[in-house]
Design a protein around this ligand. Structure first.
Ligand code: PGA
Length: 236
């Protein structure tokens, strides 16, 4: 079973999100793919009430969101809106909203305490990639985000090189597999009931099947391509 996460970011309005959700809801139950869509946070309730069998993730929530916190997105409200998954530490939250690995670690804890399944994003910059320091950088991200004393339930980890997101560039297939293998190795020091390692960054119709065929890749996180019905229909 491969996890397929559609990150619709803020690309789609409600009507367009309904259209894609309708296509997904028409798919037969599959043993091959588990599809989770992350629509704009405004649309969750409308979508989850209309498409009861679809799975939805939030793109974000705020730490200390409850109470006198104007403009915040509180985790309890997400749960009220029937959301089961949450993306944490996406590169756009990191670059636009100052989310760092320490904040990601706190959000991870909060999501677990609230029984939201986390989709944790990590990835290196182009400079780090070019200077061949990707593995040591990812190791330090993992060490900051996860705790050795914690017994984690289900975690989804998305390896998303920052230089690959929205650029049309991807690492070589062998590099993706090698990094995902490396991640599964270093995660052995932590306790998980279930951990799935995904790849994200410029996944599209022309590379999806090769990426999903990689041995150590348990799925993909897809941004712009996932806003197109032609791409979505690949998973029917
Ligand atoms: P992309 O985005 O597929 O458009 O590169 C991936 C992501 O932001 O997670």
């Amino acid at each position: 079973m491969k996890y397929i996460i559609f990150n619709w970011k803020s690309y789609l309005n409600l009507k367009e999100s309904v259209k894609l959700s309708k296509i997904i809801s028409g798919f037969k139950k599959s043993k091959k793919f588990k599809i989770i869509s992350a629509p704009n946070n405004f649309f969750h309730l409308a979508l989850s009430e209309k498409f009861k069998k679809n799975l939805y993730a939030t793109q974000n929530f705020d730490l200390d969101g409850r109470g006198a916190s104007t403009g915040s997105l509180d985790i309890s409200h997400l749960i009220e809106n029937k959301i089961k998954y949450t993306i944490i530490g996406h590169s756009e939250m990191r670059s636009n909203h100052g989310e760092n690995d320490k904040i990601v670690s706190k959000k991870l804890e909060l999501s677990i305490n609230n029984k939201l399944i986390p989709i944790v994003c990590i990835g290196e910059s182009l400079n780090i990639y070019k200077s061949k320091k990707t593995k040591s950088y990812l190791r330090s991200q993992i060490n900051t985000i996860f705790k050795k004393t914690e017994k984690y339930d289900q975690i989804i980890l998305a390896y998303e090189p920052l230089w690959s997101i929205g650029t049309g560039l991807t690492p070589e297939l062998s590099e993706i597999d090698d990094i995902c293998k490396f991640l599964s190795k270093i995660l052995e020091k932590y306790t998980f009931k279930k951990i799935n390692i995904l790849y994200g960054g410029s996944v599209n119709l022309s590379n999806i099947s090769e990426i999903l065929n990689l041995q150590f890749v348990n799925g993909v996180l897809v941004g712009s391509a996932s806003t197109k019905s032609s791409f979505i229909k690949y998973f029917k």
